[in-house]
Design a protein around this ligand. Structure first.
Ligand SMILES: [Zn+2]
Length: 173
């Protein structure tokens, strides 16, 4: 019934989740949806390494500007991330990963986000990639809406736990 109502009314997600494409990461049914019938709770943008190219940024802008139900944008990294590993090992032939992940890590360090604690079982690069991406997302989101929280988080493949690392709060609060 809820599914039919939502289908007819259109989507009204509470959050946007920017997550890695890794098949082991669940971002629309767990851990964000408390009940099984919470269909439509997340607007999801997925790319390897949760990086944003032009299409990703435009998808985010669409959701933030046109879906007033959105209250939070989560940039969610995870452990054993192949994209971050490709960056660490400087794997050739993947310039997109090398450039974008490098930018996120440098940006996070420039903002002092390398001081933010992260759980065991994750690498520093996995945390910094999520933190730097979330900081860049927060800057753009603030130009579109004043009332949206942006959160950098990590998803643990081992048990499905989601760890929020840092909230970038809206200006007016
Ligand atoms: Zn990944």
């Amino acid at each position: 019934m809820i599914r039919l109502q939502q289908y007819e009314k259109g989507q009204a997600p509470e959050r946007v989740v920017i997550a890695c494409s890794d098949a082991r990461v669940h971002c629309s049914d767990n851990p964000f949806l408390k009940r099984k019938d919470e269909f439509g709770g997340a607007f999801v943008i997925r790319t390897a390494g949760q990086l944003l190219d032009e299409a990703g940024w435009e998808s985010l802008r669409y959701a933030v500007q046109n879906l007033p139900s959105v209250k939070e944008v989560i940039v969610m990294g995870h452990n054993r991330c192949g994209a971050v590993k490709a960056y660490e090992k400087r794997i050739n032939g993947l310039p997109f990963f090398l450039t974008y992940i490098g930018e996120n890590i440098r940006y996070a360090r420039a903002l002092g986000l390398d001081q933010v604690p992260y759980p065991e079982g994750f690498t520093e690069f996995e945390a910094l990639n999520a933190l730097g991406q979330a900081a860049a997302v927060a800057e753009r989101v603030r130009t579109w809406r004043e009332d949206v929280i942006v959160t950098a988080g990590l998803y643990d493949l081992r048990d499905g736990t989601y760890y929020p690392l840092l909230h970038f709060l809206p200006r007016r609060q």
